[in-house]
Ligand binder design. Structure first.
Ligand code: MN
Length: 478
């Protein structure tokens, strides 16, 4: 994905000034060290140029967003038609070519050339007047902190573009009677672009039965490079490999980057996919258990934003009230990208699902700051809940719990954090991400116009209740 840089100007100051504007813009673009490339496209001087470049940006599948900056004054009426039809994420970069004001050099010509303080205000007005979803970043372009903020927005934009074309394959429906994993798939497609559709488990079994021994050998070699295991468990591991290969074949066939399944619908399968789902997540696929396609989709989006990052499907399981920690795990399916050490494949009995003992990766989650995300359907609209958490190294070895697990403490404090999560309606399933910044999160929600509920150190249950009431008024009108 690429980003397009468009500099705002006009003809008023003459050819010489426009030449300088273009040269400086190219230098700025060259100086931006970002995770995704930026291409200087144009110094915009007319309504026609702006409309044309916006149409091209909309049409270009590789363009993940536009960055605008007004080097000189650039009257905003000429931006209206273009910006009104913009369908790509927009960053308004409020910078200036020079960091300081030169005492000797400054005269009226200099002022007319370097007047983003003036031109970007006009540009900000039209963004506000159009109610356009945009991220505004102010600061000197060479400043690493400014570039970091542009990078944060880039990740949100790339995640948003990925989201718009995301397909999610469901094997089976949601776990019976569960409410929070339900949701309006039409609304989600309209808002986030996700295409969520179901394939019968029988289809998966058919594909599984056609997997060759050679294919299984190859995947098991990959497992051996990444994970430790006992040779005695190899039959069970090969069974997971077969499931993984079949699931991935269907995902590739359908162009899907996320999937869900459920232990209540494993007809014709030998094991609940454990290692299979875990290894697929580590390759970038989103996953949700018990038919939870919303968490599957969000996991995939976060993984698209941070391809080398640490993110997993997760579930809040049990509390330690004394140590103020949540123990998170799942029956099996936690992504090894969050592992503190080298994961181990183990085979143990699983009381749920009624199938053979499944092979799964066992490990402890990394310590560090993270966020727990939950996308819920609150009736006619979506709410994205994000809680700041601190993951800690589990302080017990829990020898009879052979699953991948993590322990964390939520913000603003353990108990208030739990209360806030429940008040907001967050699910027991989450995406646990160690990389996502609040700037990226906010830009992502802003691009799609969905409600974002952040539970961090400055939120209280009282302030949250008020915010949710406001959210009901604001978002129900859309
Ligand atoms: Mn679950």
């Amino acid at each position: 994905m690429k980003f397009w840089f468009i500099t705002g100007s006009q003809f008023l100051y003459g050819e010489e000034t426009l030449k300088q504007v273009e040269e400086n813009s190219l230098k700025i673009v060259e100086g931006l060290k970002l995770p995704f490339p930026v291409e200087y496209k144009l110094t915009a001087k007319t309504e026609g140029e702006i409309e044309k470049i916006v149409k091209e940006a909309n049409f270009d599948d590789d363009c993940a967003g536009i960055i605008t900056f007004c080097h000189t004054f650039s009257p905003s009426k000429m931006w209206i038609n273009g910006l009104a039809m913009l369908q790509k994420p927009w960053l308004h970069l409020h910078t200036q070519f020079n960091e300081t004001i030169p005492n000797e050099e400054i005269d009226m010509d200099y002022m007319n050339l370097h007047q983003s303080a003036h031109g970007d205000r006009e540009h900000g007005f039209i963004g506000a007047r159009l109610r356009a979803p945009r991220t505004v970043v102010a600061g000197y372009w060479k400043d690493p902190a400014v570039q970091e903020r542009i990078a944060d927005w880039q990740r949100a934009a790339v995640g948003a573009m990925f989201s718009r074309s995301l397909k999610i394959v469901r094997f089976g429906d949601n776990m019976r009677e569960v409410a929070v994993t339900e949701g309006d798939k039409v609304e989600v497609q309209l808002r986030l672009g996700w295409q969520v559709n179901t394939w019968p488990v029988g289809d998966l079994v058919e594909v599984m039965n056609a997997v060759t021994e050679a294919e299984i050998d190859a995947l098991c070699e990959e497992y051996a490079k990444l994970y430790d295991y006992d040779e005695k468990d190899i039959a069970s591991i090969r069974c997971q490999a077969k499931e993984e290969i079949a699931i991935e074949k269907i995902l590739v066939r359908e162009g899907a980057m996320a999937f869900s399944n459920t232990f209540q619908d494993l007809h014709g399968m030998d094991q609940l996919p454990g290692l299979a789902a875990q290894h697929l997540m580590s390759k970038g696929y989103g996953f949700g258990a018990e038919g939870d396609w919303k968490t599957a989709g969000m996991t995939a989006v976060i993984k698209a934003m941070y391809p080398d990052g640490c993110a997993s499907f997760m579930e809040d399981y049990t509390y330690d009230y004394k140590h103020e920690l949540i123990l998170g795990a799942h029956m099996l399916e936690v992504c090894p990208s969050i592992a503190a050490g080298r994961p181990r494949i183990e085979v143990h009995h699983l009381g749920i699902g009624g199938k053979n003992d499944p092979a799964r990766l066992v490990f402890e989650g990394k310590a560090g700051k993270a966020k727990a995300l939950s996308l819920i359907d609150v009736g006619g609209r979506l709410r994205l809940i994000a809680q700041d958490v601190t993951c800690e190294k589990p302080f017990q070895d829990m020898p009879n719990l052979p699953v991948a697990r993590a322990m964390w403490r939520p913000e603003p404090s353990f108990l208030k954090g739990l209360e806030c999560w429940l008040i907001a309606g967050g699910a027991h399933h989450t995406v646990l991400t160690y990389d996502l910044t609040e700037e990226t999160l906010r830009s992502f929600a802003r691009i799609f116009g969905i409600e974002l509920v952040e539970i961090n150190s400055s939120v209280t249950p009282v302030s949250l209740e008020r915010e949710l009431m406001l959210g009901d008024v604001i978002y129900s009108r859309r």
